[in-house]
Design a protein around this ligand. Structure first.
Ligand code: B12
Ligand code: SF4
Length: 493
């Protein structure tokens, strides 16, 4: 008998590379249970000609870039490719993984190709957990999985392959005959140590492209924990924790042995030599755990980057991580104003703690990048400059700067009563976050500051009046912005 087949769909942004661990683990779970899987991934589907990107890279650029990865690809039609995939693979279940920002794209693909979709459709991922009602608000979606999908998708595939009714399955959400959304009870969190190694085989190998410090490495994301011990006001973790309160302790960590064994396999199979640990806060892990991890990972000789909370940073932990292969750390600063950071973002840490943490990282010669936000509730222009000044003082290599987006269900979205869909029912794009008007500045000013944030960081203060001209949204400002970016790349990075 033919195996029951599950086709994953990853509605990603073009060239936003990196393997989503959610799909990779679910695929491994399904294969372990005897099912067949495949993937339709937007990441390398070129729907229009692209120019060699002028995008500036964070660390020393490589000559071979993302553009070179895809320059010989033909321009294709996304819908046609999807229909061909369905024709070739003949799935029995289509499984779409979505964040809030990608849900509409997933639905659009299925609706555009309705005639080819001849099997049930399940949506999962962070958006399905945050808002199952919204997820099921299109008749093309038959089921949503709320919370963890590792066991739920196997149960669903089992039911469907035996033609039995899945409607009692834990974690399942569906619409009953009256059109009401039913969300079943959630099962306990899965024991992470029992999960198979993520299945990277279904992904385009170009996802492994990792340029760093002028060289190209091979690797992708890997997570060894789920959840986060903190609860920042703008982060979905605060909400996911509440939704899944009946499932067990929210922050979970797999054994060091499991991480070592998985990374060994990924190294053997794909030649991995660079990993980005996508765990929310690596230094929340104990010294003993980190030491065990170091002892096992050291011999694999894998370089890695990770995210850290400043107040968990200690000399001893950084020294262990460095010894383990850490070369880059990302630190969430978010705002240089302690009051805004504490009251609006729920991040209780002082500037002093941030400065000390980054000093330790610098002492160990670890590349530091920071995460920052503009457009915070109550934020004024001078507060943005407090954030810029803090970063300047820290001499960080690069800053990521985002405009605050009140994601569904987050404390910030609830407090300011923001809706993430516009009057036409469309998701308000992340690029239009300034239109939420949370700060004391107007949206143009917020956008201007976001796009010039790194210029204010790197260029001498004498040039700040020129940078201010580049903040505007017109052709002249565009020319100034490009020149300043070139100047920064050439002389100040
Ligand atoms: C790695 C990562 C990325 C990677 C890979 C994305 C991915 N899908 O994995 C990249 C770089 C592409 C990325 C980009 C972005 N990301 Co991101 N990312 C993460 C991060 C740090 C880890 C994801 C992960 O591996 N988790 C571990 C896996 C195991 O969990 P999981 O994905 O949730 O999967 C489980 C369940 O959700 C479910 N499941 C997942 N898929 C499916 C599918 C089906 C069919 C089923 C049944 C179940 C199911 O089962 C899985 C196992 O239990 C998370 C934070 C986090 N800790 O989750 C943010 C996070 C997902 N990202 C987020 C955001 C905002 C973004 C960006 C919009 C950022 C930006 N401003 O550009 C972009 C959007 C990109 C785009 N496509 O347009 C938000 C999403 C918020 C929201 N409401 O949607 C998160 C939650 C961060 C946060 N704390 O706010 N991201
Ligand atoms: S520390 Fe990071 S992942 Fe954890 S709640 Fe805060 S923003 Fe979210």
């Amino acid at each position: 008998m033919e195996k029951f087949k599950v086709l994953f769909v990853f509605p990603n942004t073009y060239l936003n590379i990196g393997i989503p661990q959610g799909i990779a683990i679910l695929s491994a779970c399904l294969k372990e249970a005897g099912f067949e899987t495949d993937l339709f991934d937007y990441t390398f589907v070129k729907t229009e000609e692209i120019e060699r990107s002028e995008e500036r890279q964070n660390f020393l650029p490589t000559e071979y870039t993302l553009y070179d990865l895809v320059k010989d690809d033909p321009v294709v039609n996304l819908d046609e490719m999807f229909r061909n995939k369905i024709k070739d693979f003949k799935p029995d279940l289509i499984a779409v993984s979505v964040m809030s920002s990608t849900y509409d794209d997933g639905v659009k693909l299925l609706c555009n190709n309705r005639d080819s979709v001849n099997c049930p459709v399940v949506f999962g991922g962070v958006h399905a957990t945050l808002d199952p009602k919204d997820t099921l608000n299109n008749d093309i979606v038959n089921y949503a999985i709320v919370g963890e999908g590792d066991e739920a998708i196997v149960d669903l595939a089992n039911c469907l392959s035996r033609n039995t009714d899945p409607s009692n399955l834990d974690n399942l959400a569906y619409k009953d005959n009256d059109g009401n959304v039913v969300v079943n009870k959630l099962r306990s969190f899965v024991d992470l140590n029992t999960l198979p190694c993520p299945d990277w085989s279904i992904f385009d190998k170009r996802h492994f492209f990792r340029p760093f410090m002028g060289k190209i490495y091979t690797g992708s994301f890997y997570t060894m924990s789920r959840g986060c011990p903190y609860a920042c006001n703008y982060c979905v973790n605060s909400t996911l924790k509440v939704i899944q309160k009946e499932c067990g302790r929210y922050f979970r960590l797999q054994s060091a042995k499991k991480t070592i064994s998985d990374l060994k396999q990924l190294k053997e199979k794909y030649g991995v030599n660079w990993i980005k640990f996508a765990d929310d806060s690596i230094m929340s892990m104990s010294i003993e755990y980190l030491k065990e991890l170091r002892d096992g990972l050291k011999e694999l000789d894998i370089m890695f980057g990770c995210s850290v909370r400043p107040e968990t940073t200690t000399d001893e932990k950084v020294s262990i991580l460095k010894d383990m292969g850490c070369v880059a750390m990302s630190v969430g600063i978010e705002s240089g104003n302690e009051e805004l950071r504490k009251v609006q973002l729920g991040r209780r840490m002082s500037n002093e703690q941030i400065i000390n943490a980054i000093k330790i990282m610098n002492d160990y010669d670890i590349r530091v990048s920071t995460f920052n936000m503009v457009g915070l509730p109550g934020e004024k222009r001078e507060n943005v400059f407090e954030t810029i000044e803090l970063n300047r003082k820290l001499k960080v290599s690069s800053c990521n700067c985002y405009i605050v987006y009140p994601y569904p269900g987050t404390p910030i979205a609830i407090k300011y009563q923001t809706a993430y869909r516009n009057d036409n029912g469309e998701f308000i794009p992340v690029e239009e976050a300034s239109t939420f008007r949370l700060s004391e500045m107007n949206p143009d000013e917020v956008e201007g500051l976001q796009k010039t944030f790194n210029l204010y960081l790197h260029l001498p203060k004498e040039l700040w009046p020129v940078i201010e001209l580049a903040e505007k949204d017109d052709a002249d400002a565009g020319v100034i912005l490009n020149s300043l970016n070139e100047l920064t790349d050439k002389y100040y990075l």
